[in-house]
Design a protein around this ligand. Structure first.
Ligand code: 7RM
Length: 490
């Protein structure tokens, strides 16, 4: 089981219990921004009072060198154990379907799901997708900025690049406000050729200003990638122009923890891109957009994104809960003649060129007076206003219309909240999309609640907008302070 350093001790404990972990590998601490994350202390807290009886040993890597407690018999320093063993260490043969790892992903409500990946299929799929989509050359330096505890870090920092013998660059920690140009320094210093990041990071770069990348030599870049959310065309164009020097193709890659690897994506040089579209399914992937009966919808009509046939990297089950696996992914759309479709939980439409446009999670769709509105479309309209840095849109129950649109908006550095701007933004949405999408309410905020991988947690905003208590799992929140602040302002 893999686990990322930002989680609380409680979240760590729950996941170790669920996975029946026997051994924990951790470090004394980890660097993040200007601070040390006390990793070992968190592990101690999670294991306190024999809370996880399955854990027999804890292996500790020395990194930050601050003082920690070592429990004799249970805890071992990595460097001590390493000193006593031979450097010759043959690999353990594994069965192709042996469990490789469990990665927990938060469901839209309640208990996180332990997504199970296995040895051969996952490795094959991350190998081939890395090779074809990032067009890796022997001399390339490849940098994926993801947190290694996110599936993107697993598949496209570790397994895919390493099985290809690629040079993969890892950056420890997160860019900090005191050094806004550090991402571009890393590219310049190491001559990065392929750069893979998330729309949330791109929007943060835009907010900091193009002065920083413009002051560095980014000419080594050949290919850019994006993952994690639909990218608004505004951000796509900025990425293409400012970072890629209008020279590098952008691969917008759609996939999930559950799919193991990239599923819908351009192949650079072979598939023409359109800003905001992940383009077409990877070879061998039979993706489709269907209605709830499994019938393909007409071009440009919204529907559910599904996959019709298995692929090597697909998850095998939810650890310890095969019933939930079946129910979550295989039963929303009833099987026909014993043929099941994989239900991704995303809304999408396909244009007449066969290009896929991801509209966001189906749980996030807003229904105003019978009209289904994708959150992405309204957010993209808001972000196209020069004052707006980022926006998150949710539905709030409304007696008359069913739901009303509520928008949470962060502003570009030089703009301040005002009644005029509030009205102007509502009007802007009307002129971009139509009166049906007009937000009933706009709330200005300094930051939006996000997961460590940069996904906006709309479920929390939905509760806030409706004035309800926030229920369910919040352990994946990157910064709990953001939520507290939003509650105070409400
Ligand atoms: C890789 C990853 C999965 C969800 C997925 C989508 C959204 C990811 C894109 C995207 C539009 C993209 N795994 N998503 N990539 N939406 N365009 N290129 O993010 O398990 O953490 O999330 O992320 O909603 O279902 S994940």
């Amino acid at each position: 089981m893999w686990f990322f350093g930002g989680f609380s001790a409680e979240a760590l404990r729950d996941r170790m219990i669920d996975a029946q972990a026997k051994l924990v590998v951790t470090a004394d601490g980890g660097w993040r921004k200007d601070a040390i994350v006390p990793l070992k202390a968190q592990v101690d807290k999670a294991l306190a009072d024999g809370a996880v009886p399955s854990v027999e040993n804890v292996l500790v890597v020395r990194r930050t060198e601050q003082k920690i407690q070592m429990q004799p018999g249970r805890d071992h320093w990595w460097h001590d154990l390493q000193a006593g063993v031979s450097a010759d260490c043959p690999a353990e043969p594994m069965d192709s379907e042996d469990l490789l790892f469990i990665l927990y992903t938060s469901g839209s409500t309640g208990k996180p799901k332990g997504v199970v990946h296995t040895t051969a299929g996952y490795n094959l799929y991350t190998h081939i997708t890395t090779q074809w989509i990032f067009d890796l050359q022997d001399t390339d330096v490849y940098w994926c900025t993801a947190d290694v505890g996110w599936i993107t870090g697993h598949s496209y920092i570790v397994y895919g690049p390493l099985s290809n013998g690629a040079t993969t660059l890892m950056y420890e920690g997160a860019p900090r406000a005191s050094n806004p140009g550090c991402t571009w320094d890393v590219i310049e210093k190491h001559g990065v050729n392929v750069f893979y990041t998330a729309p949330t990071a791109i929007r943060a770069f835009i907010k900091m200003g193009e002065h920083y990348p413009n002051a560095r030599n980014l000419s080594s870049l050949r290919l850019l990638g994006t993952v994690g959310e639909p990218i608004n065309p505004e951000a796509w164009m900025w990425y293409y122009r400012v970072i890629g020097g209008s020279r590098c193709p952008i691969v917008d890659t759609w996939w999930q923890t559950e799919t193991g690897g990239i599923m819908v994506t351009p192949l650079p040089g072979a598939i023409a891109t359109k800003p905001g579209s992940a383009t077409r399914p990877f070879p061998g992937i039979l993706a489709d957009v269907v209605d709830l009966d499994g019938e393909p919808v007409a071009d440009n009509d919204g529907g559910y994104l599904v996959v019709r046939y298995p692929w090597p990297g697909m998850m095998r089950t939810i650890y310890g809960d095969p019933e939930r696996f079946r129910h979550t992914y295989w039963e929303h759309i009833p099987p026909r003649n014993g043929h099941y479709l994989y239900f991704a939980g995303d809304g999408a439409r396909r244009d007449p060129d066969g290009y896929f446009w991801i509209m966001g999670r189906v749980d996030d769709v807003i229904n105003v007076a019978g009209h289904r509105l994708g959150t992405m479309e309204i957010e993209s309209a808001l972000v196209s206003h020069p004052a707006v840095a980022e926006a998150a849109v949710v539905g709030k129950p409304d007696d008359l219309k069913g739901q009303e649109v509520v928008a949470f908006v962060t502003l570009e550095g030089s703009h301040n909240p005002s009644d005029e701007l509030n009205q102007a933004l509502k009007q802007h949405v009307v002129s971009e999309i139509g009166a049906i999408a007009r937000p009933g309410e706009i709330r200005f905020t300094d930051a939006l609640p996000k997961t460590r991988s940069g996904k906006i947690m709309r479920r929390l905003l939905r509760s806030l907008a409706a004035g309800q208590e926030i229920l369910g799992d919040t352990s994946t929140l990157e910064d709990r302070g953001v939520l507290d602040k939003l509650r105070e302002d409400a």
